[in-house]
Ligand binder design. Structure first.
Ligand SMILES: Nc1nc2ncn(CCNC(CO)CO)c2c(=O)[nH]1
Length: 283
């Protein structure tokens, strides 16, 4: 299953189709795909047209890879992400970004809040994650290690770049949205079902602040191949933790909050990118 060349083939095809050589890769979460629309001088490709690219199947996830300029930085943006619950390995996309010359990954997602202080509409800057599927062996790095990308046993401590988190908090103050933003721990569950109440209570007891079905695999692969990572969760709903609570979560509600807050997330990510240093290895 030697697949390094597969990644290279996909990267080479993309580099033959666009002159953009991105420094920053952005993965847009449910309902947050409009970030890609703000890129200037766009070149965009449907996932179905990209050789070797997986297909996106979730409502609210468009399925396009958009290259362009944002605040002077060349970016590549995934409008529509792949989830483990769709049967995808998350290695391919992140490694193709690496081969395109990307040095920073920004990942956004919609998440349910377990922490009392996190309300729907809040933004949680991800300080760290609990990758439940990964700890159980459902891990994109499973299988032979490709030393060209990274070590067999990569460390994950500090995989959410502290410097970028500090800048994000400054940007939030400047944008006047610091009151809806805080740092926290994101737990990834496999999905596609939402958690049971007992599972939600267990997660809360374990001290995680927000829960979702994505992000951790992409971050594991990005950290393995040396990308700097920034992640944020848009809190779209409170996780149901009580047997008396008749409320139950659904995907439409998740998308609705995404639409409401998408402009703020877009401003935050755009301003964060504008403050990044230009990478000096522009090929
Ligand atoms: N309780 C709970 N609330 C949530 N709100 C958003 N997500 C992220 C999952 N998003 C799915 C379904 O909306 C699409 O990937 C979740 C979740 O996993 N659990």
């Amino acid at each position: 299953i030697y697949i390094h060349d597969e990644y290279q083939k996909t990267a080479d095809w993309l580099m033959s189709q666009t002159k953009h050589r991105p420094q920053v890769a952005i993965i847009c979460g449910s309902g947050l795909g409009m970030l890609a629309d703000t890129l200037k001088c766009q070149d965009s490709f449907a996932y179905s047209d990209i050789p070797g690219f997986p297909q996106s199947t979730v409502q609210g996830h468009a399925g396009r890879l958009v290259f362009g300029e944002l605040k002077g930085k060349t970016c590549v943006c995934m409008q529509g992400r792949f989830h483990m619950y769709e049967g995808h390995s998350l290695c391919k996309v992140v490694r193709v970004f690496k081969l395109l010359g990307v040095d920073t990954l920004i990942v956004t997602n919609a998440a349910g809040s377990l922490a009392d202080g996190l309300q729907p509409g809040d933004i949680m800057v991800i300080k760290d994650h609990v990758n439940f599927p990964g700890m159980g062996g459902l891990n994109p790095l499973t299988g032979p290690n490709d030393d060209k990308f990274g070590p067999r046993f990569p460390a994950m401590s500090g995989c959410y770049d502290k410097g970028l988190r500090c800048v994000a908090m400054e940007v939030a103050k400047q944008l006047g949205v610091a009151n809806i933003m805080q740092e926290g721990v994101y737990a990834m569950v496999g999905g596609p079902n939402f958690e049971s109440i007992a599972e939600a209570r267990l997660l809360h007891r374990l001290g995680v602040d927000a829960v979702g079905m994505s992000t951790a695999p992409e971050v594991v692969v990005a950290t393995h191949c040396g990308l700097r990572v920034f992640g944020l969760s848009l809190i779209t709903n409170k996780v149901v933790k009580s047997y008396e609570d008749s409320e139950s979560v659904n995907h439409d509600g998740v998308l609705e909050v995404g639409r409401l807050r998408s402009h703020t997330v877009q401003q935050l990510v755009t301003e964060l990118i504008s403050r990044m240093e230009i990478n000096n290895n522009t090929t």
